[in-house]
Design a protein around this ligand. Structure first.
Ligand SMILES: Nc1ncnc2c1ncn2[C@@H]1O[C@H](COP(=O)(O)OP(=O)(O)OP(=O)(O)O)[C@@H](O)[C@H]1O
Length: 289
């Protein structure tokens, strides 16, 4: 009998995750799967639970949460061969989007896990810590820092307000990059390093990034006027910003991003101040989605 461990972050999506789990579990039972449902009390607890669950080698470790929760599970699953399953319950759910997992339909997401075949994908790694999506290290990261300092409102609206506030004051940043050993100094609004193509709920900043090419996509948006930045932003939804003259793209195995005063965020999680070195780790994660 196949076995799934469902690990739920009760705080995901403003508390939506418990309902998502309750709608998903009957699908596994109906398909004859054995289930173990775990709920984490904190981020550290989630990592411990994921590690213990992975060691027992279930057929799938499914996380019920958002990209932050998926990121936690990656730390436990990388290199183990135990497949990740996703029951999306966050606000962005970018990693789930990479696999076209149905959003807002927990039963359908569970069916997907039951019927899918397992695929092996790359991860990106900074030090000992993995991410699956995009490292934000510019305007987007500054917005994230600003949003984290705000107490109100919650959810997506906080990011919208932080974006507007930052747009008013943001100046291009001076970066030093090392792209597969080649140094480059450049002014830019942002540098993004993608294992996957999108962040922030479908913003396709690293449009074209493939999950299984063993490479990272590095995107630079070079200086833009405030007006041009506002005009270009909606193009991120379909990836058409790649045609903008200030867009620059590289594909590398390893990149170091340095810029004074900037904190890097990956999978929506704070990874720490730049400089950060990101390395592609081919085939690190099994995904059943
Ligand atoms: N009980 C908990 N279990 C796990 N993580 C928790 C818990 N409480 C707080 N967290 C924190 O919540 C963060 C975000 O979780 P998650 O990504 O699942 O939800 P979200 O923020 O609503 O969704 P998204 O990342 O898609 O915007 C985690 O990275 C973790 O640091």
């Amino acid at each position: 009998m196949p076995r799934v461990v469902v690990l739920t972050n009760p705080t995901s999506g403003k508390g939506r995750a418990a309902r998502v789990r309750d709608e998903a579990l009957p699908r596994f039972h109906g398909a004859g799967w054995q289930t173990t449902a775990l709920t984490s009390r904190s981020a550290d607890d989630a990592l411990d639970l994921a590690r213990v669950a992975a060691a027992e080698r279930p057929d799938v470790l499914a996380v019920c949460g958002g990209d932050g929760m998926v990121n936690i599970a990656m730390q436990a699953l990388a290199g183990t061969g135990v497949p990740l399953g996703i029951l999306p319950a966050g606000t962005g759910n970018d990693f789930a989007r990479y696999f076209d997992v149905p959003l807002g339909d927990p039963a359908a997401a569970a069916s997907r896990i039951v019927h899918a075949t397992t695929r092996t994908v790359d991860l990106a790694r900074i030090g000992e810590r993995y991410f699956g999506g995009v490292l934000a290290a510019g305007f987007d990261a500054v917005v994230n820092e600003r949003a984290n300092r705000m107490r109100w409102p919650r959810g997506q609206m906080r990011y919208n307000l932080a974006t507007l506030a930052e747009l008013r004051v943001f100046q291009p940043l001076k970066y030093l990059l090392e792209l597969d050993g080649e140094e480059r100094s450049v002014e830019a609004m942002l540098v993004a390093v993608g294992n996957g193509p999108s962040f922030g709920g479908g913003l396709r900043i690293t449009h074209g990034a493939e999950l299984d090419d063993g490479l990272l996509d590095v995107v630079l948006i070079k200086p833009l006027s405030r007006r041009e930045l506002v005009r270009t932003y909606p193009k991120l939804f379909d990836g058409s910003h790649v045609n903008h003259p200030q867009y620059e793209h590289h594909r590398v195995k390893r990149v170091t991003v340095a810029c004074a005063g900037i904190v890097g965020y990956a999978d929506g999680e704070r990874f720490g101040p730049l400089p950060l070195t990101v390395e592609a780790i081919p085939g690190a994660l099994a995904v059943r989605a």
